[in-house]
Design a protein around this ligand. Structure first.
Ligand code: F6P
Length: 540
């Protein structure tokens, strides 16, 4: 039965027709203690969904849909290592990477926990050596600069998390991340680095990604030129990959390779060896705390009934806006400067997972799937794009993320920050009507511009402090929210075929940019662009 013909979906449509014009103001007025029914907690995290355009009935109906879609079984299938990534014929087991219970998890009849633990120990050992200065560069100097070369999941996870947990970092080490194939990225990164004190981590699941391998080759050349000896590679390059053959071909000693497995998706790989730069930066103890946090959320997701299951509830509320209110985007607003890369990280996690338009049966979906994810930290966003969220024509559900305690207390900064967070969710929900505007003595003609309709939905996620464990809970919350939505939309969330076509075309165009032949067989626009580029290059 098609999703949007199911009785559960139709019941939601009917419910939507009744609720779509109901204002949050009325929902709060009718049930003054409404918040009580809409707060969910796990240790360290408090989630308030009351400022969403929902009633208890909405939740019940959404959970009926979740049951219709087989969410409970799907969760079980993921945690027990079933091959749920069917188009790539693999299980999806990022949850095993942080399985701190250490209970066996089997892939093809083999417990994978010993392999995971072995890599974690190897990472911890290496991180300790680099952090303490025991690991020396080729000329005998300790390492001061770590440069991670990777892209997508092999960049966004560790780069976001190194920023997020900078407070816990070893300040003697400078962390840099090179991802873009634009030479500017690597050139600018290398400009102030001394080769003797620089360690490169080449991070690529496949070890064939064009951007990463190009940057890695440039880094290799730079190092050999500076050190005047290619034996220096062994002390300055390590690899994180699933592809030993390519790592060896590149010239990295397999002893300096940190492995992971094909059942770890790139965008879910932060807790695999891809997290090596993070572990080096914050130390293994903090990294293990991060894993504990992930694991706590994994256990919550696996064991909590749907009615109280935070990732499920957030996922289903997302479905409510996406498929019934027809919201097109979802904004992530962390009120913490350390989380400034979190929206970018979630863009890949969510949009590469659920940006699909073919259902599992191979047919096109006749409903919307993944939303556009965007955002910036508060309060910066308030002075930039919040205008559109408050008074624009689109409905943009928002997640506000805040911490009770600042890691860097400074006068009343934190109180002001949090006052802004709370005020925004209140202003978005309740707005300001004409009467209130007029009461301020505003001139008649200005009144319409000063009114705020309100009824803009928000979810508030508060954590006690930005600790490694709390970060783990937060990231896992979003991972499982994304999983939940993929199950409802009946799409394969763990492949990413949509990135292939552009890659293949770039490989076709690349030789044409430096060829003398003008025998181009693309469309006229692309042919002209290539010709224009070549002509202008010749003129220089
Ligand atoms: O092109 C998309 C993608 O495959 C992502 O899914 C992945 O995170 C990224 O490229 C990098 O891939 P790799 O780690 O194999 O270099």
């Amino acid at each position: 039965m098609e999703l949007n013909r199911s009785k559960e979906w139709l019941a939601l449509e009917e419910h939507f027709s009744k609720l779509k014009d109901v204002h949050l103001k009325n929902l709060f007025e009718n049930t003054p203690d409404r918040v009580k029914n809409f707060i969910f907690e796990i240790p360290g995290m408090y989630v308030d969904i009351s400022k969403n355009r929902i009633t208890e009935e909405t939740i019940q109906l959404l959970l009926n849909l979740a049951r219709f879609a087989g969410l409970e079984k799907a969760i079980d299938d993921m945690f027990t290592g079933q091959k749920i990534n069917e188009t790539e014929d693999r299980p999806v087991l990022h949850i095993a990477l942080r399985n701190r219970s250490n209970k066996p998890i089997y892939v093809a009849g083999r417990d994978i926990m010993p392999d995971i633990n072995a890599v974690l120990s190897k990472m911890a050992d290496f991180s300790e050596k680099v952090g303490s200065g025991e690991w020396k560069g080729f000329s005998g100097k300790p390492i001061k600069n770590i440069i991670n070369i990777g892209i997508g999941g092999s960049d966004l996870g560790p780069s976001f998390a190194c920023e997020a947990l900078k407070y816990y970092s070893n300040r003697n080490l400078k962390m840099s991340f090179v991802s873009n194939i634009d030479p500017t990225h690597i050139v600018e990164t290398l400009i102030d680095k001394s080769a003797e004190e620089t360690l490169f981590i080449i991070a690529s699941k496949t070890f064939t990604t064009q951007e990463t391998m190009t940057n890695a080759m440039t880094a290799r050349k730079w190092l050999i030129k500076k050190m005047k000896d290619d034996k220096a590679i062994a002390s300055h390059f390590v690899a994180v990959s699933t592809n030993k053959k390519e790592v060896v071909k590149f010239g990295i000693d397999p002893a300096n390779m940190f492995g992971f497995w094909d059942w770890v998706g790139g965008r879910y790989s932060l807790t695999s060896a891809i997290g090596l730069p993070l572990m080096i930066s914050i130390g293994s103890r903090n990294f293990f705390d991060l894993l504990e946090g992930y694991h706590a959320m994994d256990c919550h997701f696996r064991k909590t009934p749907l009615e109280k299951n935070i990732p499920v509830l957030l996922g289903m509320i997302g479905i409510w806006y996406n498929n019934f209110f027809k919201a097109e985007s979802h904004v992530i607003l962390p009120y913490d400067q350390y989380l400034h890369r979190f929206p970018a990280y979630l863009q890949q996690a969510d949009m590469e997972s659920n940006g699909k338009s073919v259902a599992k049966n191979g047919k096109k979906t006749n409903y919307q799937t993944g939303p556009i994810i965007w955002g910036e930290p508060g309060t910066n966003g308030q002075h930039a794009f919040y205008q559109l969220i408050h008074q624009g024509t689109r409905l943009i559900p928002a997640d506000f993320i805040g911490f009770v305690r600042s890691l860097n207390p400074q006068g009343d900064h934190h109180l002001k920050l949090i006052a802004n967070l709370f005020a925004q969710t209140r202003a978005l929900a309740f707005g300001k009507n004409e009467k209130a505007v007029r009461a301020e003595g505003i001139q008649d003609w200005l009144v319409p511009f000063m009114c705020f309709e309100g009824n803009r939905p928000t979810t508030t996620i508060m954590l006690d402090k930005l600790t490694p464990a709390n970060l783990g809970k937060l990231v896992a919350l979003y991972e499982h929210k994304i999983f939940t939505q993929g199950i409802i939309w009946n799409i394969f969330s763990f492949d990413q075929w949509g990135v292939q076509l552009g890659k293949a075309m770039a490989n076709n165009i690349l030789p044409e940019l430096s060829s003398n032949s003008n025998n181009l067989e693309h469309d006229s626009s692309t042919n002209n662009l290539i010709e224009y580029f070549k002509k202008m290059q010749e003129q220089q």
